[in-house]
Structures are given as structure tokens and as C-alpha cells.
Design a binder for this molecule. Structure first.
Ligand SMILES: C[S@@+](CC[C@H](N)C(=O)[O-])C[C@H]1O[C@@H](n2cnc3c(N)ncnc32)[C@H](O)[C@@H]1O
Length: 312
């Protein structure tokens, strides 16, 4: 069941999916699956499209390094996955994993599941679908569960139903999710992972540098749309982002703001390509946006696998 105030958070999924569709339609990256989940969208501003490109390309670069390191003998848990098409994109690029689990609030997962059932290419014939309305689906290597990560015990029970193995390398991804949770709730969730999994890596994408004037404006704009950033305190700086993991029992953490990722760390050839897609008038606004988002990573390495190769 959703809590009061969840509607605005749930709506952020539609926003993200539509922005991604806008960029995909223009050729920023290839995603033949998204159109089955998001049919219509309006064209977004060039700086929004470029920002989403950096987000998707940055996160995917690290995900593929993780999967390659373990030759796919690993698990992936996509927290607050929304309408993400990552599972199918990884299948297509040859980056299959043993087990892929998506978690989101039941309202979102039930909508996604009902859309998936209508699309032949995305439908899994082996999906277990008890009843016509369901917020959970289980296939051999792909699971979608409707759970609120503020309720760690519920998440644990639902993950057990996905045959999660806490002893093998597990990648957690949260793309614009933790910022909507209070620090108490996100800390509890991160502590649960740290005390449960032996070998885990976390990729977190969300806001950073929220204490400056532009950051304060971002908080105000979202607040005016009914969406409070309850976790803003962990998004004040890259150090605050890293600190939240170290405080929650993780062994190490690292982070980059998206301006650094875009300007210095993504392949120059790709940046040259996407910069030819649309003319960008206001370069300053793009830099402002990119400076206020980041990717942070953290690791738990009780098996001494050494995660140092999973960086930009
Ligand atoms: C901004 S959207 C991002 C969706 C997807 N990760 C992406 O980037 O395209 C945030 C997602 O987090 C989910 N979310 C927020 N709070 C959550 C919670 N407490 N438990 C599970 N999911 C949550 C929302 O329902 C929404 O789908």
C-alpha cells in the first residue's frame, strides 16, 4: 500500500520514462523496448536529453564492467526500477546475469506488469501470474516485485521468493530513488544490504550539491510539485553521498558529479556524436544541471574479489 505523498514520487517514474523516450526517439541511445512501455512523449529540451544521455551511458558503463568482471555469474537488483528497460537491453548486448530483480512500489510494478503482458517481445511465457491483478512476477532469471524499500522486512521476504542468493556478487542500482526516502529509511535499507550480502556493489545516481542556489531551486521546484526530497541531506556534496554508505557499514565508496562524467569520463567519440544531434544554445544550463547530479558507488567485499576495476 502507498503512503500519503507517494503519488508524487510514483509520478516521477512517468517523468523519467518520458524524458528517456524523448532522447531515444532522437537517437541519443538505442532502446527498442521503451516504446512498448511509453507510447507518447513530447520532445524535451536539448539539455534535458543530454543530461539523460549522460545518466544512462554513465550507469550502463559501470553495470557492464560489473557483469564482465563476474562473467554474468552474479545478480542485479534494480531498486525503484520504474519502467526501466535495462533487463532487455542487457540481454541484447550479451550481458546476461544469473538473476535480475526489479523492486518498486506496488502501484508501479502492477502497471509495468500489465503493460508487459500486452507485448509479445517483452512477455515471459514462464511468468507466474496469480490472478489478473498482480504486483509481482517471477520468471526463471527475471523478477519484478512490488515492495516498499522503507519496509526492509517485506523486501527481504519478497526477495527470498526471487531465489536471491546472498553469497554471490550482487549489484544494486538506484537511479533517482534514495533521495525520496528519509535519511533514516535509506540508512536502514543500506545497513540491511551491508549486513545481509557478502559481496555487493551499489551504483547510485541522484542529486548532489543541493546546498547552493541552483540546488535550493531544484528542491523548491520539486516541493512545489508535491514531491519533497526527504533525503536531500545526503545530496549536499559528493562527500555526503560517500559518507552515507560508509556510515551504513559499506567497505568503501567513490563518486563523480555528472559534469565530470560527461566532460571527461564518457568516450569522447560518443559525446561528439550526441552533440551533433541537437543544437544547444545555453551551454551554461547544461553544466548547471550536470553539476547537480552524480553517480556514487560503494562496495562490500567480504570475499576479497577487489572491485577496483568498476570505475570510470
Ligand atoms: C525518478 S523514478 C526513477 C525510475 C527509474 N529508476 C529510472 O531512472 O528510470 C523513482 C522511482 O523510485 C520508486 N520509489 C520511490 N520510493 C520507493 C520506495 N520507498 N520503495 C520502492 N520504490 C520506490 C518510484 O516509485 C519510482 O518508480
Amino acid at each position: 500500500m502507498s503512503l500519503p505523498g507517494d503519488e508524487a514520487v510514483i509520478a516521477t517514474n512517468d517523468d523519467a520514462a518520458q524524458c528517456k523516450k524523448s532522447a531515444v526517439d532522437l537517437g541519443y541511445w538505442v532502446d527498442p523496448f521503451l516504446g512498448s512501455l511509453v507510447r507518447h512523449t513530447s520532445r524535451k529540451l536539448p539539455e534535458i536529453n543530454r543530461g539523460y544521455y549522460a545518466r544512462v551511458a554513465g550507469i550502463e558503463t559501470l553495470i557492464k564492467k560489473f557483469i564482465d568482471k563476474f562473467n554474468g555469474k552474479c545478480q542485479l537488483v534494480n531498486i525503484g526500477a520504474g519502467f526501466d528497460t535495462l533487463y532487455w537491453r542487457l540481454q541484447t548486448s550479451g550481458h546476461k546475469v544469473n538473476n535480475y530483480i526489479e523492486v518498486d512500489l506496488p502501484t508501479v510494478t502492477s502497471r509495468k506488469i500489465s503493460l508487459l503482458k500486452k507485448v509479445k517481445e517483452l512477455h515471459h511465457t514462464e511468468f507466474v501470474t496469480p490472478g489478473s491483478f498482480t504486483c509481482d512476477m517471477h520468471a526463471k532469471d527475471f523478477h519484478i516485485i512490488g515492495a516498499d524499500i522503507r519496509k526492509v522486512h517485506d523486501v527481504q521476504i519478497k526477495m527470498d521468493a526471487c531465489n536471491i542468493d546472498t553469497s554471490i556478487p550482487t549489484l544494486f542500482i538506484a537511479e533517482c530513488v534514495l533521495v525520496y526516502l528519509s535519511i533514516k529509511d535509506s540508512t536502514e535499507f543500506l545497513k540491511w544490504i551491508a549486513s545481509t550480502f557478502k559481496c555487493a556493489f551499489f551504483i547510485n545516481y541522484e542529486q548532489v550539491n543541493l546546498s547552493d542556489t541552483f540546488g535550493e531551486m531544484m528542491i523548491r521546484n520539486l516541493h512545489d510539485r508535491g514531491c519533497a526530497l526527504a533525503g536531500a541531506d545526503a545530496c549536499m556534496s559528493l562527500d555526503a553521498q560517500k559518507h552515507r554508505f560508509l556510515e551504513s557499514g559499506w567497505d568503501g565508496a567513490e563518486g563523480w558529479d555528472m559534469q565530470t562524467v560527461y566532460a571527461n569520463l564518457l568516450p569522447k567519440k560518443e559525446i561528439d556524436r550526441i552533440e551533433k544531434i541537437e543544437f544547444l544554445d545555453e551551454k551554461e544550463l547544461l553544466v548547471q544541471l550536470l553539476t547537480h547530479y552524480c553517480i556514487s558507488v560503494a562496495w562490500l567485499d567480504k570475499l576479497n574479489v577487489d572491485f577496483s576495476c568498476i570505475r570510470f
